[in-house]
Design a protein around this ligand. Sequence first.
Ligand code: AMP
Length: 368
Amino acid sequence: MIKLHDKVFKPFLTEEQILEAIEKMALEIAKDYQDTVPIFIGVLNGAFMFVSDFLKAYPHPCEVSFVRLSSYQGLTSTGIVETLLDVPENVEGRDVIILEDVIDTGRTLKQLVHLFSGTNVRQFKIASLFYKSEIYNGEYSIDYVGLEIPDSFIVGYGLDYKELGRNLRQVYQLNQDNMINLVLFGKPGAGKGTQAGLLKEKYNLKHISTGDVFRYNMKNDTELGKLAKSYIDRGDLVPDEVTINMLKAEVEKNPEAAGFIFDGFPRTEAQAEALDNFLESKGMQVDATIALEAEDDILIARLLERGKESGRSDDQDESKIRNRFDEYNEKTAPLKAYYQKQGKFHSVNGIGEIIEITERLNAVIEQL
Ligand code: AMP
């Protein structure tokens, strides 16, 4: 185990495994390019070590150059890719092979393809040492791959966590063995958001409120916001497919999280199944589902009060609130049985002082 900044990483790939994969790639590419002199273009900073070992393993004449892009800040891909060092000038009419250290969602790759689309290269290919096929959602097919790896955060062999770890000879993976993932369950107004805000501090968890993400998108008038608005205004649930995809994207944005609090998700059996499958694919799981219980009259009074302060239209109209309760009773309540079957359901009295309720939740979490 090693520690970089605040995170612990465990060994994942040895130097031998990496070099063996690189040698295989170099010979495979050499076979396709024996009659020309290709230009290998490394993508800085992460690929510098890969480029070096790749070139040493490449048996024919070749040239090398670099571009530099940035998209990662810390552990989270920001979604914005900047070009810091542009395409070299001598690529016209040449066979260009990009050498990437890792391809995950494909955002950087898209920018690379775009960068080269304006040049008259003879042929353009992509070779990536590591490839997270599970989360790649680009259109461009990857021509040469060293190793397919699962979607966990890695450092070493040129790759960094906040600039540290690039000098390591092997690759390490973020240690998530102590991860806790909680589902906060309960009707609208049960106090999920309030309690999640307190628990996330205590246990250093990432709080994902699907309601908040929808409201953020509505406020910014995004496509997702426009889509969700009519459902939310009526107090209906947003369709599963939309909500599930959004939730996955929120989890993907936080590969560094020590765990998640899911607040307002899942709300249907299809969402619960999707969450289980998604977490499993990442070596994670729901550890506990904790329900905050309170009677409808109390909840309605709380929501109307909240509606006055927040201006949320779905909190201001009793008929919309009743419709949200109906949605809950029909679609969400059955999840109690779903999680009971897995032995993960815990129920907590949601009435009392905020701090008392937090203590009841802590008591459940401490037992896990
Ligand atoms: P909340 O803030 O959790 O009360 O959510 C507000 C509204 O967002 C809900 O009434 C739904 O219309 C929508 N919403 C939030 N989470 C979900 C979900 N998991 N599935 C479907 N719709 C949701």
